[in-house]
Every structure is written in C-alpha cells, then in structure tokens.
Design a protein around this ligand. Sequence first.
Ligand SMILES: [Zn+2]
Length: 192
Amino acid sequence: MASSCTELAEIVNQGKLVSDEIIISLLSKRLEAGEAKGESGFLLDGFPRTVRQAEILDDVTDIDLVINLKLPENILVEKCLGRRICNQCGKNFNVASINAKGENGSPGISMAPLLPPSHCISKLITRADDTEAVVKERLRVYNDKSLPVEEFYRTQGKLLEFDLPGGIPESWPKLLEALNLDVHEGKQSAAA
Ligand SMILES: [Zn+2]
C-alpha cells in the first residue's frame, strides 16, 4: 500500500493521470469491502477521467448519475492557487477571494475565502501540485482526456450539468434542489 501511495503522489504531483490498472484495482477492492460491510452506495470524486476508465467502470459496477460541477476556467485556476494547508493541524484553507462579474447573461460568481484561525496563519503551506503550471497542465489534460467522458455519460442519459453559483454555502442548497433532495436530508448525510 505504501508503495502504491508513493506512486500515486508522484504522478499526481506532476499533474499527470494515474494509470488505469492502479486505479481500477484500488477501486474494485474498496467497492468489494464496502459491499461486504453493507454499504448501499458510493460516490466517486474526480473519477473516471478517461472514456477508457468509464468503460472499465461500467464492467465493474453500475453508475446511476454523473454530476458535472462546472466553473469558468479562470476561476478554477484562481481557486486552486488559493489553496493552503496548515502544516501543524493539517486543515485545508483557501485564501482566494472570488468576485467575478456576470458576462453574456450568466450570473456573477462570488466565493468567499476560507481563512485560517490566527494560530494557523504562520504555518500555512501550499501543496506541491498547486502551482500555476501544474494547474494549467491539469486543465489541459482534462480538456483532452476528460471532456469526452462528459459525452460518454450524456449519451447514456446520466449526466447532470451543474453550474456552480458560488462557494459551498451558495451551491449546496441548489445542488440538493437539482437532485430533488431535501435540504435537511442533505445536511444529515453531509454530517454523517
Ligand atoms: Zn493549524
């Protein structure tokens, strides 16, 4: 496990994609373990990233719904570059303050920063893969390899497009609404 984690970290730090074999084997093990424990479902974050992975995933399990969380690219970059971690308590923060005006009829997007408490401020570090070059390389790889995945699920009628209206406080209720979920129900599962 240690070696595969190191392998994953090295690949991720270079902004590259992890090999399908590594991911599918880790994922299959995790899904089997969850099923054995009686888990009724699962949520994959940022996977599959290629059509090939999506095809393999279809052989491994059934996917009900794919949610495409969308933000304009300039905001994505700004948000990624604002990420900080406290090297003492390990908590994640974001110092980027987004205030984008709406263009061409689309609404503006505001995202408040997630600022650290005073005792963390002097201990903030930036992740090695949150440089502008790596973030832009991730976006290039996304547009090249992952955009076709949207089409893959769109043709299956499983793709839910969701334009993020702002940060988590603005987006969460709207996302639950789009999923036809009750806000209270959502809060419970988010806390669980
Ligand atoms: Zn801290």
